[in-house]
Design a protein around this ligand. Structure first.
Ligand code: NAP
Ligand code: MG
Length: 404
Protein backbone atom coordinates (compact mmCIF):
# COMPACT_ATOMS: atom_id res chain seq x y z
CA UNK A 1 0.00 0.00 0.00
CA UNK A 2 1.30 3.43 -0.87
CA UNK A 3 1.73 5.88 1.98
CA UNK A 4 -0.23 9.14 2.14
CA UNK A 5 1.90 12.14 1.23
CA UNK A 6 1.87 15.54 2.90
CA UNK A 7 2.70 18.72 1.00
CA UNK A 8 3.16 21.04 4.01
CA UNK A 9 4.71 20.11 7.36
CA UNK A 10 2.97 20.00 10.71
CA UNK A 11 4.90 21.51 13.61
CA UNK A 12 5.63 18.61 15.94
CA UNK A 13 6.29 19.56 19.59
CA UNK A 14 7.59 16.58 21.52
CA UNK A 15 7.25 16.56 25.31
CA UNK A 16 7.99 14.79 28.57
CA UNK A 17 7.68 11.65 30.65
CA UNK A 18 4.94 9.06 29.94
CA UNK A 19 3.35 11.10 27.17
CA UNK A 20 6.73 11.22 25.40
CA UNK A 21 6.78 7.42 25.46
CA UNK A 22 3.23 7.27 24.08
CA UNK A 23 4.16 9.86 21.44
CA UNK A 24 6.74 7.55 19.89
CA UNK A 25 4.45 4.50 20.05
CA UNK A 26 1.68 6.42 18.30
CA UNK A 27 4.04 7.48 15.52
CA UNK A 28 5.53 3.98 15.17
CA UNK A 29 2.30 1.98 15.17
CA UNK A 30 -0.45 4.32 14.00
CA UNK A 31 1.01 7.04 11.80
CA UNK A 32 4.23 6.13 10.04
CA UNK A 33 2.97 2.86 8.54
CA UNK A 34 0.32 4.89 6.67
CA UNK A 35 1.67 8.41 6.17
CA UNK A 36 4.93 9.81 4.90
CA UNK A 37 4.94 12.04 7.95
CA UNK A 38 6.11 15.52 7.10
CA UNK A 39 6.79 17.36 10.35
CA UNK A 40 9.12 20.07 11.53
CA UNK A 41 10.29 18.60 14.82
CA UNK A 42 10.85 20.62 18.01
CA UNK A 43 11.93 18.85 21.17
CA UNK A 44 10.09 20.57 24.03
CA UNK A 45 11.26 17.92 26.48
CA UNK A 46 12.45 19.71 29.63
CA UNK A 47 16.12 18.78 29.10
CA UNK A 48 16.20 20.36 25.68
CA UNK A 49 14.26 23.42 26.82
CA UNK A 50 16.92 23.85 29.51
CA UNK A 51 19.79 23.38 27.03
CA UNK A 52 18.34 26.01 24.68
CA UNK A 53 17.32 28.45 27.44
CA UNK A 54 13.74 27.75 26.36
CA UNK A 55 14.43 29.17 22.90
CA UNK A 56 13.06 25.94 21.40
CA UNK A 57 9.60 26.73 22.78
CA UNK A 58 9.64 30.18 21.17
CA UNK A 59 10.93 28.72 17.91
CA UNK A 60 8.17 26.11 17.86
CA UNK A 61 5.50 28.77 18.37
CA UNK A 62 6.95 30.88 15.56
CA UNK A 63 7.04 27.83 13.31
CA UNK A 64 3.32 27.40 14.06
CA UNK A 65 2.76 30.89 12.67
CA UNK A 66 4.56 29.79 9.53
CA UNK A 67 2.86 26.41 8.96
CA UNK A 68 -0.44 27.15 10.77
CA UNK A 69 -0.83 23.68 12.32
CA UNK A 70 0.97 22.18 15.34
CA UNK A 71 0.59 19.08 17.48
CA UNK A 72 1.97 19.16 21.01
CA UNK A 73 2.83 16.45 23.51
CA UNK A 74 2.27 17.21 27.21
CA UNK A 75 5.22 18.94 28.85
CA UNK A 76 6.46 19.49 32.38
CA UNK A 77 5.90 22.94 33.86
CA UNK A 78 8.86 23.17 36.22
CA UNK A 79 8.42 23.71 39.94
CA UNK A 80 10.95 23.56 42.80
CA UNK A 81 11.12 19.75 42.70
CA UNK A 82 11.80 19.74 38.94
CA UNK A 83 14.62 22.26 39.43
CA UNK A 84 16.60 19.62 41.30
CA UNK A 85 15.33 16.63 39.35
CA UNK A 86 16.50 18.11 36.02
CA UNK A 87 19.24 20.36 37.36
CA UNK A 88 17.65 23.37 35.65
CA UNK A 89 19.33 26.69 34.99
CA UNK A 90 16.06 28.49 35.61
CA UNK A 91 12.48 27.68 36.53
CA UNK A 92 11.32 27.86 32.89
CA UNK A 93 7.81 29.09 32.29
CA UNK A 94 4.93 26.86 31.22
CA UNK A 95 5.42 26.09 27.49
CA UNK A 96 1.67 26.38 27.00
CA UNK A 97 1.75 29.88 28.49
CA UNK A 98 4.67 30.88 26.24
CA UNK A 99 3.02 29.46 23.11
CA UNK A 100 -0.33 31.07 23.98
CA UNK A 101 1.34 34.46 24.49
CA UNK A 102 2.92 34.24 21.01
CA UNK A 103 -0.07 32.85 19.11
CA UNK A 104 -2.82 34.60 21.12
CA UNK A 105 -6.20 32.94 21.10
CA UNK A 106 -8.62 30.68 22.84
CA UNK A 107 -8.40 27.15 24.17
CA UNK A 108 -11.19 24.79 23.13
CA UNK A 109 -11.65 21.60 25.11
CA UNK A 110 -13.97 18.82 24.00
CA UNK A 111 -14.61 15.34 25.40
CA UNK A 112 -14.18 12.29 23.18
CA UNK A 113 -17.48 10.50 23.47
CA UNK A 114 -17.56 6.69 23.31
CA UNK A 115 -20.27 4.15 24.10
CA UNK A 116 -19.55 2.45 27.38
CA UNK A 117 -18.07 5.55 29.03
CA UNK A 118 -21.32 7.28 29.90
CA UNK A 119 -21.52 10.89 31.03
CA UNK A 120 -22.79 11.33 34.58
CA UNK A 121 -25.43 13.67 33.17
CA UNK A 122 -27.83 11.23 31.53
CA UNK A 123 -29.16 13.52 28.80
CA UNK A 124 -25.73 14.54 27.45
CA UNK A 125 -25.53 12.69 24.15
CA UNK A 126 -23.00 14.84 22.27
CA UNK A 127 -19.79 16.53 23.38
CA UNK A 128 -19.89 19.95 25.01
CA UNK A 129 -16.91 22.07 23.99
CA UNK A 130 -15.70 24.69 26.45
CA UNK A 131 -14.02 27.75 24.94
CA UNK A 132 -12.06 29.48 27.66
CA UNK A 133 -10.76 33.01 27.34
CA UNK A 134 -7.13 32.77 28.41
CA UNK A 135 -6.33 36.36 29.39
CA UNK A 136 -6.93 38.63 32.36
CA UNK A 137 -9.72 38.97 34.95
CA UNK A 138 -8.95 37.41 38.32
CA UNK A 139 -5.78 35.76 36.90
CA UNK A 140 -4.12 39.13 36.50
CA UNK A 141 -5.71 40.96 39.41
CA UNK A 142 -4.24 43.16 42.13
CA UNK A 143 -5.50 42.61 45.64
CA UNK A 144 -5.28 44.38 48.94
CA UNK A 145 -6.16 43.43 52.47
CA UNK A 146 -7.78 46.48 54.06
CA UNK A 147 -6.56 46.69 57.64
CA UNK A 148 -9.24 49.02 58.98
CA UNK A 149 -11.55 51.97 58.43
CA UNK A 150 -10.87 53.99 55.26
CA UNK A 151 -11.96 54.65 51.72
CA UNK A 152 -11.01 52.43 48.74
CA UNK A 153 -11.28 53.78 45.20
CA UNK A 154 -10.54 52.77 41.63
CA UNK A 155 -8.35 55.43 39.99
CA UNK A 156 -7.61 55.71 36.28
CA UNK A 157 -4.95 58.25 35.30
CA UNK A 158 -5.08 59.12 31.61
CA UNK A 159 -1.94 60.00 29.62
CA UNK A 160 -2.78 63.72 30.04
CA UNK A 161 -2.77 63.28 33.80
CA UNK A 162 -6.51 63.63 34.31
CA UNK A 163 -8.05 61.24 36.82
CA UNK A 164 -11.30 59.29 36.92
CA UNK A 165 -12.35 57.83 40.26
CA UNK A 166 -14.94 55.36 41.37
CA UNK A 167 -15.63 54.53 45.00
CA UNK A 168 -15.23 50.83 45.78
CA UNK A 169 -16.22 50.99 49.43
CA UNK A 170 -16.04 53.20 52.48
CA UNK A 171 -14.73 50.75 55.07
CA UNK A 172 -15.71 50.90 58.76
CA UNK A 173 -13.34 48.05 59.59
CA UNK A 174 -11.04 45.46 58.01
CA UNK A 175 -11.90 43.94 54.64
CA UNK A 176 -10.52 43.03 51.23
CA UNK A 177 -10.50 44.53 47.73
CA UNK A 178 -9.52 43.37 44.26
CA UNK A 179 -8.86 45.19 41.01
CA UNK A 180 -8.96 43.26 37.74
CA UNK A 181 -8.83 44.17 34.08
CA UNK A 182 -9.20 42.98 30.55
CA UNK A 183 -8.29 44.44 27.18
CA UNK A 184 -10.73 45.03 24.34
CA UNK A 185 -8.31 43.61 21.81
CA UNK A 186 -8.02 40.35 23.75
CA UNK A 187 -11.80 40.07 24.08
CA UNK A 188 -12.14 40.72 20.35
CA UNK A 189 -9.73 37.93 19.44
CA UNK A 190 -11.51 35.65 21.93
CA UNK A 191 -14.79 36.40 20.16
CA UNK A 192 -13.36 35.85 16.67
CA UNK A 193 -11.70 32.56 17.71
CA UNK A 194 -15.05 31.35 19.04
CA UNK A 195 -16.99 32.36 15.93
CA UNK A 196 -14.38 30.78 13.64
CA UNK A 197 -14.32 27.56 15.64
CA UNK A 198 -18.13 27.35 15.59
CA UNK A 199 -18.07 27.69 11.79
CA UNK A 200 -15.21 25.19 11.53
CA UNK A 201 -17.01 22.55 13.56
CA UNK A 202 -20.57 23.52 12.54
CA UNK A 203 -21.78 23.82 16.11
CA UNK A 204 -23.91 26.47 17.83
CA UNK A 205 -22.08 28.95 20.04
CA UNK A 206 -23.29 30.01 23.48
CA UNK A 207 -21.70 32.82 25.41
CA UNK A 208 -22.59 33.77 28.94
CA UNK A 209 -21.49 36.26 31.57
CA UNK A 210 -23.10 38.29 34.35
CA UNK A 211 -23.86 41.55 32.56
CA UNK A 212 -26.95 42.31 34.65
CA UNK A 213 -24.76 42.74 37.73
CA UNK A 214 -21.52 43.81 36.05
CA UNK A 215 -22.94 46.53 33.84
CA UNK A 216 -19.59 47.77 32.55
CA UNK A 217 -17.13 44.88 32.85
CA UNK A 218 -19.16 41.86 31.77
CA UNK A 219 -21.39 44.00 29.61
CA UNK A 220 -18.36 44.97 27.52
CA UNK A 221 -17.73 41.28 26.79
CA UNK A 222 -21.35 40.88 25.75
CA UNK A 223 -21.25 43.96 23.52
CA UNK A 224 -17.98 43.06 21.82
CA UNK A 225 -19.26 39.58 20.99
CA UNK A 226 -22.52 40.98 19.63
CA UNK A 227 -20.88 43.75 17.57
CA UNK A 228 -18.40 41.38 15.94
CA UNK A 229 -21.09 38.81 15.34
CA UNK A 230 -23.42 41.30 13.65
CA UNK A 231 -20.68 42.85 11.54
CA UNK A 232 -18.69 39.79 10.47
CA UNK A 233 -20.39 36.48 11.21
CA UNK A 234 -24.18 36.76 11.09
CA UNK A 235 -24.52 35.72 7.46
CA UNK A 236 -21.87 33.02 7.68
CA UNK A 237 -23.70 31.49 10.64
CA UNK A 238 -27.02 31.55 8.78
CA UNK A 239 -25.41 29.90 5.80
CA UNK A 240 -23.88 27.20 8.00
CA UNK A 241 -27.20 26.66 9.77
CA UNK A 242 -25.79 27.41 13.20
CA UNK A 243 -26.78 29.87 15.93
CA UNK A 244 -25.00 32.29 18.25
CA UNK A 245 -26.74 33.32 21.41
CA UNK A 246 -25.92 35.16 24.60
CA UNK A 247 -27.45 34.43 27.96
CA UNK A 248 -26.72 34.98 31.65
CA UNK A 249 -24.17 32.60 33.14
CA UNK A 250 -26.65 31.15 35.67
CA UNK A 251 -29.19 30.57 32.91
CA UNK A 252 -26.46 28.94 30.79
CA UNK A 253 -25.56 26.53 33.59
CA UNK A 254 -29.20 25.48 33.92
CA UNK A 255 -29.57 25.01 30.16
CA UNK A 256 -26.31 23.07 29.86
CA UNK A 257 -27.51 20.56 32.45
CA UNK A 258 -30.76 19.99 30.59
CA UNK A 259 -29.24 19.96 27.09
CA UNK A 260 -28.10 17.02 25.02
CA UNK A 261 -24.77 18.69 24.15
CA UNK A 262 -23.35 19.33 20.72
CA UNK A 263 -22.44 23.02 21.07
CA UNK A 264 -19.62 25.32 22.12
CA UNK A 265 -19.90 27.12 25.43
CA UNK A 266 -17.70 30.22 25.49
CA UNK A 267 -16.68 31.26 29.00
CA UNK A 268 -14.76 34.11 30.55
CA UNK A 269 -11.45 33.06 32.06
CA UNK A 270 -12.64 32.04 35.54
CA UNK A 271 -15.91 30.53 34.37
CA UNK A 272 -13.95 28.49 31.81
CA UNK A 273 -11.51 27.26 34.44
CA UNK A 274 -14.30 25.99 36.68
CA UNK A 275 -16.75 24.80 34.03
CA UNK A 276 -14.17 22.87 32.01
CA UNK A 277 -13.32 20.78 35.06
CA UNK A 278 -17.01 20.20 35.69
CA UNK A 279 -17.71 19.21 32.08
CA UNK A 280 -14.62 17.00 31.72
CA UNK A 281 -15.19 15.07 34.93
CA UNK A 282 -18.90 14.70 34.14
CA UNK A 283 -17.94 13.19 30.77
CA UNK A 284 -15.77 10.60 32.51
CA UNK A 285 -12.04 11.23 32.22
CA UNK A 286 -9.35 13.83 31.56
CA UNK A 287 -7.64 11.23 29.39
CA UNK A 288 -10.62 11.47 27.02
CA UNK A 289 -10.43 15.22 26.52
CA UNK A 290 -8.90 17.03 23.57
CA UNK A 291 -7.67 20.57 23.58
CA UNK A 292 -6.88 22.95 20.75
CA UNK A 293 -5.56 26.49 20.82
CA UNK A 294 -7.13 28.52 18.03
CA UNK A 295 -5.55 31.87 17.26
CA UNK A 296 -7.51 34.72 15.71
CA UNK A 297 -5.07 34.60 12.77
CA UNK A 298 -5.99 31.01 11.93
CA UNK A 299 -3.19 29.06 13.64
CA UNK A 300 -4.08 25.79 15.36
CA UNK A 301 -2.21 23.93 18.07
CA UNK A 302 -3.61 20.54 19.10
CA UNK A 303 -2.83 18.68 22.33
CA UNK A 304 -4.22 16.39 25.01
CA UNK A 305 -5.86 18.10 27.99
CA UNK A 306 -3.95 16.01 30.57
CA UNK A 307 -0.35 16.29 31.78
CA UNK A 308 2.71 14.07 31.42
CA UNK A 309 1.30 11.34 33.74
CA UNK A 310 4.39 11.39 35.94
CA UNK A 311 3.33 8.58 38.27
CA UNK A 312 3.02 6.14 35.37
CA UNK A 313 6.38 7.28 33.97
CA UNK A 314 8.20 6.40 37.19
CA UNK A 315 6.62 2.94 37.07
CA UNK A 316 7.76 2.66 33.45
CA UNK A 317 11.31 3.64 34.45
CA UNK A 318 11.33 0.89 37.07
CA UNK A 319 10.42 -1.58 34.33
CA UNK A 320 6.88 -2.03 35.61
CA UNK A 321 3.94 -2.32 33.25
CA UNK A 322 1.82 0.78 32.67
CA UNK A 323 -1.68 1.17 31.32
CA UNK A 324 -1.71 4.79 30.24
CA UNK A 325 -4.51 6.09 28.07
CA UNK A 326 -3.24 7.46 24.75
CA UNK A 327 -6.62 8.47 23.30
CA UNK A 328 -6.33 12.23 23.87
CA UNK A 329 -2.83 12.25 22.36
CA UNK A 330 -4.00 10.22 19.36
CA UNK A 331 -6.84 12.71 18.86
CA UNK A 332 -4.37 15.59 19.08
CA UNK A 333 -2.61 14.02 16.08
CA UNK A 334 -5.82 13.34 14.17
CA UNK A 335 -6.98 16.90 14.82
CA UNK A 336 -3.74 18.29 13.41
CA UNK A 337 -3.68 15.90 10.44
CA UNK A 338 -7.29 16.68 9.56
CA UNK A 339 -6.66 20.43 9.77
CA UNK A 340 -3.50 20.03 7.63
CA UNK A 341 -5.56 18.08 5.11
CA UNK A 342 -8.26 20.75 5.10
CA UNK A 343 -5.80 23.60 4.55
CA UNK A 344 -3.90 21.72 1.84
CA UNK A 345 -6.92 20.17 0.13
CA UNK A 346 -5.51 16.74 1.02
CA UNK A 347 -8.59 14.51 1.11
CA UNK A 348 -6.63 11.33 1.85
CA UNK A 349 -5.10 12.85 4.95
CA UNK A 350 -8.49 13.97 6.24
CA UNK A 351 -9.96 10.53 5.64
CA UNK A 352 -7.05 8.92 7.45
CA UNK A 353 -7.72 11.11 10.49
CA UNK A 354 -11.35 9.94 10.48
CA UNK A 355 -10.32 6.29 10.15
CA UNK A 356 -7.82 6.49 13.00
CA UNK A 357 -10.38 8.11 15.29
CA UNK A 358 -12.93 5.46 14.38
CA UNK A 359 -10.44 2.65 14.99
CA UNK A 360 -9.67 4.15 18.42
CA UNK A 361 -13.32 4.48 19.39
CA UNK A 362 -14.17 1.00 18.01
CA UNK A 363 -11.35 -0.53 20.04
CA UNK A 364 -12.77 0.85 23.29
CA UNK A 365 -16.36 0.07 22.37
CA UNK A 366 -15.38 -3.54 21.67
CA UNK A 367 -14.15 -3.78 25.26
CA UNK A 368 -10.38 -3.31 24.87
CA UNK A 369 -9.16 -0.34 26.90
CA UNK A 370 -6.67 1.03 29.39
CA UNK A 371 -7.13 0.68 33.13
CA UNK A 372 -8.49 4.19 33.77
CA UNK A 373 -11.42 3.48 31.44
CA UNK A 374 -11.93 -0.10 32.62
CA UNK A 375 -12.62 1.34 36.08
CA UNK A 376 -15.51 3.50 34.88
CA UNK A 377 -16.93 1.68 31.86
CA UNK A 378 -20.41 0.22 31.71
CA UNK A 379 -19.11 -2.50 29.33
CA UNK A 380 -19.11 -5.90 31.05
CA UNK A 381 -15.75 -7.63 31.56
CA UNK A 382 -13.51 -5.22 29.69
CA UNK A 383 -10.04 -6.34 28.62
CA UNK A 384 -7.42 -4.16 30.32
CA UNK A 385 -4.44 -3.58 28.05
CA UNK A 386 -1.07 -2.08 28.81
CA UNK A 387 0.02 1.18 27.16
CA UNK A 388 1.60 -0.43 24.12
CA UNK A 389 -0.92 -3.24 23.62
CA UNK A 390 -3.76 -0.73 23.57
CA UNK A 391 -2.06 1.17 20.75
CA UNK A 392 -1.37 -2.11 18.96
CA UNK A 393 -5.03 -3.09 19.28
CA UNK A 394 -5.94 0.17 17.55
CA UNK A 395 -3.31 -0.52 14.89
CA UNK A 396 -4.88 -3.88 14.19
CA UNK A 397 -8.31 -2.34 13.80
CA UNK A 398 -6.89 0.33 11.53
CA UNK A 399 -5.49 -2.39 9.33
CA UNK A 400 -8.58 -4.62 9.43
CA UNK A 401 -11.51 -2.29 10.15
CA UNK A 402 -14.04 -5.13 9.91
CA UNK A 403 -12.61 -6.97 12.93
CA UNK A 404 -15.06 -6.58 15.81
P1 NAP B 1 -1.47 14.47 34.87
O1 NAP B 1 -0.24 14.17 34.12
O2 NAP B 1 -2.65 14.91 34.07
O3 NAP B 1 -1.86 13.20 35.73
C1 NAP B 1 -2.65 13.21 36.90
C2 NAP B 1 -3.28 11.85 37.13
O4 NAP B 1 -4.41 11.70 36.27
C3 NAP B 1 -2.38 10.68 36.79
O5 NAP B 1 -1.51 10.36 37.84
C4 NAP B 1 -3.38 9.61 36.44
O6 NAP B 1 -3.99 9.07 37.59
C5 NAP B 1 -4.45 10.40 35.71
N1 NAP B 1 -4.18 10.51 34.27
C6 NAP B 1 -3.91 11.66 33.55
N2 NAP B 1 -3.75 11.37 32.27
C7 NAP B 1 -3.89 10.04 32.13
C8 NAP B 1 -3.82 9.14 31.03
N3 NAP B 1 -3.54 9.58 29.79
N4 NAP B 1 -3.99 7.82 31.25
C9 NAP B 1 -4.28 7.36 32.47
N5 NAP B 1 -4.36 8.17 33.57
C10 NAP B 1 -4.18 9.48 33.40
O7 NAP B 1 -1.21 15.64 35.94
P2 NAP B 1 -0.03 15.83 37.00
O8 NAP B 1 0.45 14.51 37.48
O9 NAP B 1 -0.57 16.80 37.95
O10 NAP B 1 1.13 16.52 36.21
C11 NAP B 1 2.28 15.86 35.69
C12 NAP B 1 3.08 16.86 34.89
O11 NAP B 1 2.31 17.28 33.77
C13 NAP B 1 3.47 18.10 35.66
O12 NAP B 1 4.85 18.32 35.54
C14 NAP B 1 2.68 19.23 34.98
O13 NAP B 1 3.43 20.40 34.91
C15 NAP B 1 2.43 18.69 33.61
N6 NAP B 1 1.20 19.16 32.94
C16 NAP B 1 1.30 19.46 31.62
C17 NAP B 1 0.19 19.85 30.91
C18 NAP B 1 0.35 20.17 29.46
O14 NAP B 1 1.43 20.07 28.90
N7 NAP B 1 -0.70 20.54 28.78
C19 NAP B 1 -1.05 19.90 31.53
C20 NAP B 1 -1.14 19.55 32.88
C21 NAP B 1 -0.01 19.17 33.58
P3 NAP B 1 -3.44 7.77 38.37
O15 NAP B 1 -2.06 8.12 38.84
O16 NAP B 1 -4.44 7.62 39.47
O17 NAP B 1 -3.43 6.61 37.42
MG1 MG C 1 -8.61 24.51 36.69
Amino acid sequence: MEKIKMTTPIVEMDGDEMTRILWKMIKDHLLEPYIELNTEYYDLGLEHRNETDDQVTIDSANATKKYKVAVKCATITPNAARMTEYNLKEMWKSPNGTIRAILDGTVFRAPIVVKGIEPYVRNWKKPITIARHAYGDVYKASELKIPGAGKAELVYTAKDGSETRELIHDFDGPGIIQGMHNINQSIESFARSCFNYALDTKQDLWFASKDTISKKYDHTFKDIFQDIFDAEYKEKFEKAGIVYFYTLIDDAVARVMKSEGGYIWACKNYDGDVMSDMVSSAFGSLAMMTSVLVSPDGFYEYEAAHGTVQRHYYKHLKGEETSTNSVATIFAWTGALRKRGELDGNQELMEFADRLEKATVDTIESGEMTKDLALITSIKNPTVLNSEDFIKAIAKRLQFPAVK
